[in-house]
Design a protein around this ligand. Sequence first.
Ligand code: 6PG
Length: 252
Amino acid sequence: MACIRIVRRLPTPADLFRGAADEFVRVGHAAIAGNGRFTVALSGGSTPRSLYSLLAKDYADFSWSRTHLFFGDERHVPPNHPDSNYRMVNEALLSKVPIPAANLYRVRAEMPDAAAAALDYEENLRSFFQLQPGGFPRFDLILLGLGPDGHTASLFPDSEGLKEQSRLVIANWVEKFKTHRITFTFPVLNHATDVMFLASGADKADMVHQVLEGRNTPPFPAQEVQPEGRLIWMLDEAAAAKLRRAGHSLQM
Ligand code: 6PG
């Protein structure tokens, strides 16, 4: 199935997060109508916090009881640590919506051994999606961010994790931070039905242009994300400022 790339440019950050929230809910309703459940992996970092807050504020009546939440990556820290993606999502969303605890799949990043935490999370995915050996999960939606260096999830340029083709979740060593990050691998990202990137602000404009319109060797990690269904880039005008093209959809 060829990936359809959709690039949406929204005037302001508020419009961006509103558009992303509407898309989250639209995909969720379609998944629940089709399969009785919505499987989604959330992104970390700072950008999506406003999306999660908006979902909590305006979509508390969403079908959270049929939603299963995972994390696309996590920092190797306990859940109450300021750098924890789980902590950010819990403060902005989980603590405010009626999602059953059984529907939450947190990375046990407090485990001292990052590789063991990654394996533990991989086993969670394998049992939840009832995967055959060698099988990959098909998330309805995976949210991703974009780092100024072109990384996404915790797949950083020049990191070992870029080559991984059989594991679902790995402990990826990030040299510049001198730490491991627990992250989904490209096969998991690319098996998703839909992937939605969120990028906001002028500091992302150069990399957004390079990722969407550049031909880089090697490609930036974010350029390697080609899901089975739709690849949705949600951008505010500041992040889209260096794009030559207006918003568009493109068969990849
Ligand atoms: C993380 C993220 C990472 C993030 C980018 C962008 O754990 O940090 O998963 O991939 O999406 O670094 O981060 P900002 O949104 O903070 O710019």
